[in-house]
Design a protein around this ligand. Sequence first.
Ligand SMILES: *Cc1c(COP(=O)(O)O)cnc(C)c1O
Length: 365
Amino acid sequence: MPDTPYYLIDKSRLLPNLEKIAWLREESGAKSLLALKCFATWGVFDLMRQYMDGTTSSSLFEVKLGAEEFGGETHAYSVAWADHEIDEVIRVSDKVIFNTANQLRRFEAPSRDHTRGLRVNPGVSTSDFDLADPARPFSRLGEHAPEDIEPVADMISGFMFHNNCENADFERFDAMLGMIEQRFGHLIRRMDWISLGGGIHFTGDGYPLDKLAERLKRFGGQNEVQVYLEPGEAAITNSTTLEVTVLDTLHNGKNLAIVDSSVEAHMLDLLIYRESGKMTPDDGPEEWMICGKSCLAGDIFGEFRFPQPLTAGDRLSVQDAGGYTMVKKNWFNGVKMPAIAIRETDGTERLVRDFGYDDFKAALG
Ligand SMILES: *Cc1c(COP(=O)(O)O)cnc(C)c1O
């Protein structure tokens, strides 16, 4: 196995998520597209494509990666397309989804023979974090007024809504979908397909998957549309760990251990959303703060319990390190970027990518 740090994607932990996704399609008719902005480590796409219908994207590069490495249906969405991107976007995608009526009109001619959609912002969301709330005041994410959508409705065949965020509450999802139908139902019924976006935590333990399936099937049936979901986090949750080694320990009011990784460089979302990492098992008499090796004072994975004191050389696994991590890793402080390894279902592990000084240097000039 590689030296730490490395991300380890465990296919046998990925599979339960994928099986739920496939079950949902079977029961509800809703297709699922992987949201590449959350997870784009294409070394496991061979497995994922057996359970999912394709990919959705946030940029030209993601569209290309989805088309090249995942296959199936490729949805191309971006907050704004550039003039020099649009022809390639259309060439490699199955559908192009515009963020505004303005962009749809701007690219009407080059996209005329393509399947086109529009992002609609229903003005409700489940995000508690303003930073990640698509329905925040003055949001640029999608058209919000039916009267602005009406005039371009004949140019498109579908809508994309994305207003859930790690929503594990089915009743809340159901209520929001009801609001969407009430406000936009007359327009939805003119469409052939509707994407309900990501952010539904339907692969979590105890989620009422049967209720979700029934609701999606009813939504699709009553409105006579093909329903799509765009799971990111739900597809890969709990599948991946960040494997690190303790480099040093010290005591300053608390037990501190410094590992060969960095929150800011390798698990940035923990910092952005002020969350703690997860470590399992997390029990025992010893309490330690696990710290990154960058010089950022608050570069801290969290505080966890261990059976015995940590010492240099101990190996630790930070849990649930798949989503919004590898896609955001960076070279801050020149900390070695984690390698990427895959554990096959038979338990064998293989290294798929390592990063060295040359990659660091090449990214900067
Ligand atoms: C972020 C995003 C997703 C994926 O969201 P998850 O919370 O990771 O499921 C899907 N669709 C769109 C449009 C997004 O912006």
